[in-house]
Design a protein around this ligand. Structure first.
Ligand SMILES: Cc1ncc(COP(=O)(O)O)c(C=O)c1O
Length: 454
């Protein structure tokens, strides 16, 4: 056996004690979220009907670091710190001089990065005396993470699952029910938002969010919980990048490029923001690459405008790249990436040129994922398969340029519940659904008329 290490591991004592809040370091004045009715800047009061004060304070915190409560770190111990791998077998298969590392979040109980925030959110809600959390789920990853986290803190959990994922991934539903949650196929007939969108049989994240927000807004003991996009969610995910910094130190490397997939932006922010802060503060020269589906190309084809986070227009307006809040993306298997917008801070970094975005078609991401599985062993979720495709492009570019670039990427979840998608790819029946420019233009025509400063 060689002495070459493959895994870089930390101890439970190394679980970060703080989350990193990038907002105070971002260049320029941040654009505020707006109240959807008045179009005036939204304050904490706009969020109190659906979020507990502890999370609202984190959402608007000016502090560069936010302490992680001991109770949350205790639950993190179940799977954190997560391993960092050096992808030596993939490097050899690609015959690249690049050194490729991946931070693997699939070791969490739900199989992805989502429990990092689900646990923090369930804790704050339980502390505030809330009885039930209500949410949407795309791929089923977020719903299962929240179902697990609610169990840990004695909360009920109700989940609206995007119709196309509900049909493709029945065992994600079983998983949520095992952790005690109740699950609806969205659009459902239990909310007004669902009934009004019944003509969209595949559903979308935007519709499912509207359903969950509607339930939470009607009941004082029920709060809403979001698995991405908002500042506090991105904040909670920064444990990933902080651990990666310590693990790369062990490996004696510094990343030249950090890569993640983007659905709403949380796993990307989680791995990238601790490194972005070094660029902003210390002039480090790291590049950042965000990978998204060509079928839902928010960062690469969307417009930068104020838009709603949900389909029917109940959430605050946020400044972001958007395809239009009622744009329904074609049903690709990476359900977690089928979202019309992205986190405002990620969009701001793309707009400022600090983060580069690339879009990939479904088949090329599965080709990359299968290659990864056949070398590294882990079967990736369809979402990080987009990041892996970008990694392979970078590894090829390193080979062409003859440089030893160091690539770090977020393998944010496993694909053990996504085997129907792998079946379709292996059988040659997986489609590359086209993004419709006309549908986007139509949806953009319905954006609220609120200008964003240039
Ligand atoms: C495994 C996985 N990766 C990525 C995403 C996309 O979300 P985000 O961009 O917030 O990380 C999801 C969302 O459901 C997911 O389940």
């Amino acid at each position: 056996m060689s002495d070459e290490p493959v895994k870089f591991l930390l101890t439970e004592r190394d679980i970060p004690k703080h989350w990193i809040n990038l907002l105070p370091d971002l260049p320029g004045e941040p654009l505020p979220p707006l109240n959807p009715a008045t179009k005036e800047p939204a304050g904490p009061g706009d969020l109190t009907p659906i979020f507990p004060m502890g999370l609202i304070q984190q959402e608007v915190s000016p502090e560069p670091e936010v302490e992680i409560p001991e109770e949350v770190r205790e639950v993190y111990k179940l799977w954190r710190p997560t391993p960092l791998y050096r992808a030596r077998r993939l490097e050899r298969a690609l015959d690249t001089p690049a050194r490729i590392y991946y931070k693997y979040e699939g070791v969490s109980p739900a199989g992805s990065h989502k429990p990092n925030t689900a646990v923090a959110q369930a804790y704050e809600n339980a502390k505030a005396g809330i009885r039930k959390l209500c949410t949407e789920t795309g791929a089923g990853q977020w719903g299962s993470a929240l179902a697990f986290a609610c169990q840990e803190f004695g909360l009920e959990c109700e989940v609206f699952m995007v119709g196309s994922s509900y049909d493709q991934k029945p065992y994600r539903r079983s998983m949520m029910e095992t952790w005690g949650a109740s699950v609806h196929r969205s659009p459902s007939d239990v909310t007004e938002a669902g009934r009004s969108q019944a003509s969209h049989p595949t559903g979308s994240l935007g519709i499912a969010i509207s359903e969950a927000v509607e339930i939470a807004a009607q009941d004082e003991g029920t709060n809403y919980s979001l698995g991405s996009v908002l500042n506090h969610v991105l904040l909670h995910q920064t444990v990933i990048g902080q651990e990666a910094i310590a693990q790369l130190e062990q490996a004696g490397d510094e990343p030249d490029v950090v890569i993640g997939c983007v659905g709403g932006g949380s796993n990307f922010a989680g791995i990238a923001y601790p490194f972005v802060r070094r660029v902003l503060r210390d002039g480090a020269r790291t590049r950042f690459l965000a990978a998204e589906p060509a079928a839902c190309p928010t960062l690469t084809r969307g417009v930068y405008r104020y838009d709603f986070g949900d389909t029917v227009g109940m959430t605050p307006l946020m400044p972001m790249f958007t395809l239009g809040h009622d744009f329904v993306p074609p049903p690709v298997h990476a359900g977690g990436l089928r979202y019309h917008g992205d986190a405002p801070s990620v969009c701001g970094l793309v707009k400022a040129g600090l983060v580069e975005a690339r879009a990939y078609k479904q088949n090329e991401t599965f080709e990359a994922a299968v290659r990864f599985a056949r070398t590294e062993g882990i079967i990736p979720a369809p979402e990080p398969a987009h990041a892996i495709k970008a990694v392979m492009e970078e590894a090829q570019a390193a080979k062409d340029a003859g440089d030893q670039r160091v690539i770090l990427f977020g393998l944010c979840g496993h694909g053990n519940f996504d085997l129907a998608a792998y079946d379709a790819y292996l059988a040659g029946t997986l489609e590359d659904p086209e993004f419709s420019e006309a549908d986007m233009e139509e949806a953009l025509g319905r954006l609220p008329d609120v200008p964003v400063p240039a």
